[in-house]
Design a protein around this ligand. Sequence first.
Ligand SMILES: Nc1ncnc2c1ncn2[C@@H]1O[C@H](COP(=O)(O)OP(=O)(O)OP(=O)(O)O)[C@@H](O)[C@H]1O
Ligand SMILES: [Mg+2]
Length: 442
Amino acid sequence: MNSDYIILLVDDDPVFRDGCGRFLQDSGFQVQFADNGQDGLKKLEESAVTIVFVDYKMPGMSGLEFIRIVHEKYPNIDILMVTGYATIENAVEAVKLGAYDYIAKPFYPDKLLAIIRKIHEKRNILSHTRLNMNANKLSFIGASPAMRKIFDIVLKIAPTDSTVLIMGESGTGKELVAQGIQANSTRSEKPFMIMDCGSLVENLFESELFGHVKGAFTGAVAHKPGAFEMANGGTFFFDEIGNISPNVQAKILRAIQEKEIRRIGSTETIHVDVRVIAATNKDLRREVEEGRFREDLFYRLSVIPIYLPPLRDRKEDIPSLIEFFISKHSHPRKRMNGIQSEALDLLTQYDWPGNIRELENLIERACVIEESDIITSENLPSHIYSRRSSNVESLSLAQMEKRHIKLILVRNNWNISATAKILGIDRKTLYDKIRKYKLKGR
Ligand SMILES: Nc1ncnc2c1ncn2[C@@H]1O[C@H](COP(=O)(O)OP(=O)(O)OP(=O)(O)O)[C@@H](O)[C@H]1O
Ligand SMILES: [Mg+2]
């Protein structure tokens, strides 16, 4: 595990730096040194550091400030806080700011190796569950076999010019996949044009897509290049392609096949080099069978078909998605540290009709309204309780009772009398149970 890790030691104490540095080098790591935060940031720009050890107390920039900056700028670097001032508050603060862990001086060198090994294991797992898209820092999370297969396909086909058809329910990540293909292709520096076919009025479609010359129709007061032409050299993403009329389908087919377009009102043909990606949440094959979608365009688009399964069919992805969205949406001033296991259970049982978008929105909301630094079941919206599949085999009677009481309370807006009546118990018993199970309203 050693040779490809570059470790940066940031500490103003030369004795510690040299001692630790020599030990890590002897263990096979490449080591870089800095004696303050500023210098450390410079080193990070110069080499591809994997792990940073930073002292808590340094002249100039503090260790915590350094951690905050590094975590924001280089989310993939693991940061360890080293300190002689071991207090729990420092540890918590450092971890809140994005540090991976915390070591108190003095420590045995073996401790360093143990921590590095832990980081190594974590990185190994993550490298399979996360595809980092080159350019725009896109992260694509997924631990399920289905998603890993999709990562492989995306990476394999990205550098080619093949046309891709991405299918999947709303919110499953179709646009993210399209961006991922572009970001990992040789066209990544070129334009990525998105046309939302669902929202475009039919008679504007052609001029938006192909452009027009001055005077081509009333209102065409100037020459205007179309979106397809502007994507030249890059990628064109037809979103919701299932929504376009047969008339427009024919025009798109011609443009893709001939790699040529003509602005409306012009006789000149313009060559365009674009890679086409299309997405739809409809069953296009069925649309073809029922005569609403041209068969030839369907085959032209689906050279490489990618099907994104709904989230309810890949529940293994839920925990890592939640962890990812927590770190994406937790506010720097109010960092969230995770999710309570009961809340995680509920979210795993829920069937997610809005897929990943719905999950992301829920976590974003929870990060805002949650008062503690962890997401609790108390603050989840009530439909999560009612719209979950019936996977209750693993619950004890007490857990079932707690959940059921919570569900009825939430549905009745915490009206004690109404809840007690439905549950068939008196108010005092209900109060006792609320206390026993530590149930809380919002
Ligand atoms: N595997 C994933 N990892 C991380 N984030 C994801 C993943 N899939 C989707 N998302 C996020 O979920 C949200 C919805 O994804 P996206 O817009 O790509 O879905 P879509 O299939 O295009 O949905 P729609 O059909 O509604 O347009 C986005 O914020 C996206 O970044
Ligand atoms: Mg979309």
